[in-house]
Design a protein around this ligand. Structure first.
Ligand code: TA6
Length: 326
């Protein structure tokens, strides 16, 4: 674990259901009843919060990647993370294997296909080890990022316990989760949430038509005490609620090679911007440009800092006072 230096927050990224991504580059778009030829196979980091750690490490921001890995193959994920400068402290479960996510991309640029295994069931003793790790390590200065789907059989009560143990310390909690977990988490007043447009509709329980409807929901969530509310709109960009402003962020048009991991890179860059105390607009520009750079790379976790810096000024941001919006 990083040695604590007073005043510098340490960021913990928690991936409860880690994954190893098997990225298949196809010659042509997937076609039924045809032998779809593979051009290239690469393995990469998977599991959402792990990607947040990659961004933080590439920006030289102290962080630790934790959560659960299977002992059989978890070292492959750890090796890939350590190759990118990430300090790993996963809880490893004996006799289990970290799941594989198959990501299929083709030259169409119309988006990837993702096919993911369930992963292993976390045993009570394994869960306790993570709970104790967070309880012993996290301090009020720290930020804890939970991102990705839950393991099979992992309960909402267990998730709530993990979030509660770090919240009680006074740490800021960032949640990139969906469904019942997101619904439940709203009442815990997390520091930041990042549903996509479909997860926002799921949260509200109905279809949302147009930006204004999303913004109304963002205001409702800000009123519940959440500090940052992001709604990712994919290629269309994102809507951001913070204090008494709504930001409409539009990314630069880039050639999409593989959209996998774009949202996670965005979260990583936002958290980095918070730690570096960037102006909100600069934080959003960098996060959006970095997410666009990820889309321009063919695996799940790569992006270019140079591309990010070049594309930042191509990001369009509109800032609205919430009184103007509704
Ligand atoms: O967001 C990208 C990614 O982390 C992929 O690398 C793949 O592992 C997948 O998402 C896992 O998502 P899940 O929601 O199942 O945790």
């Amino acid at each position: 674990m990083h040695s604590k230096k007073g005043g510098i927050p340490l960021i913990y990224t928690v991936t409860l259901n880690t994954a190893i991504d098997k990225v298949l580059q196809l010659y042509e778009p997937l076609t039924r009843k045809k032998n779809n030829r593979i051009k290239q196979v690469t393995y990469d980091i998977g599991g959402k919060a792990t990607h947040v750690s990659v961004v933080l490490s590439q920006l030289n921001i102290p962080n630790v990647a934790t959560g659960f890995v299977g002992e059989e193959n978890g070292h492959r994920l750890v090796d890939m993370l350590e190759d990118k400068g990430v300090q790993c402290h996963f809880v490893s479960q004996q006799g289990s294997s970290t799941r594989e996510t198959i990501v299929m991309v083709d030259p169409s640029g119309k988006g990837s296909f993702m096919i993911t295994e369930n992963g292993f069931e976390v045993q009570p003793s394994t869960y306790q080890r993570l709970l104790e790790k967070l309880n012993n390590r996290v301090t009020s200065e720290d930020i804890v990022v939970f991102a990705g789907s839950p393991p099979i059989g992992f309960t909402l009560v267990q998730f709530q316990e993990l979030v509660a143990v770090v919240s009680k310390k006074g740490a800021k909690v960032v949640l990139d989760v969906k469904g019942d977990w997101l619904k439940e988490a709203i009442q815990w007043k997390p520091f930041m949430i990042k549903p996509n447009e479909y997860e926002m509709e799921e949260l509200v329980g109905r279809k949302l038509q147009g930006v204004k409807e999303y913004e109304k929901q963002i205001l409702r969530l800000l009123d519940k005490g959440i500090t940052y509310v992001f709604v990712s709109l994919g290629k269309k960009g994102s809507l951001v609620g913070y204090k008494n402003h709504i930001y409409r962020v539009v990314p630069p048009k880039v050639q999409e090679v593989n959209d996998t991991g774009c949202g996670d890179v965005f979260v990583g860059a936002v958290v980095a911007g918070m730690v570096q105390e960037l102006k909100v607009e600069d934080m959003l520009k960098r996060a959006t440009a970095m997410s666009a750079s990820k889309a321009n790379h063919d695996n799940s976790s790569d992006f270019s800092i140079e591309q990010t810096m070049n594309w930042m000024e191509k990001v369009e941001i509109e800032k609205w006072n919430i009184k103007e919006v509704h």
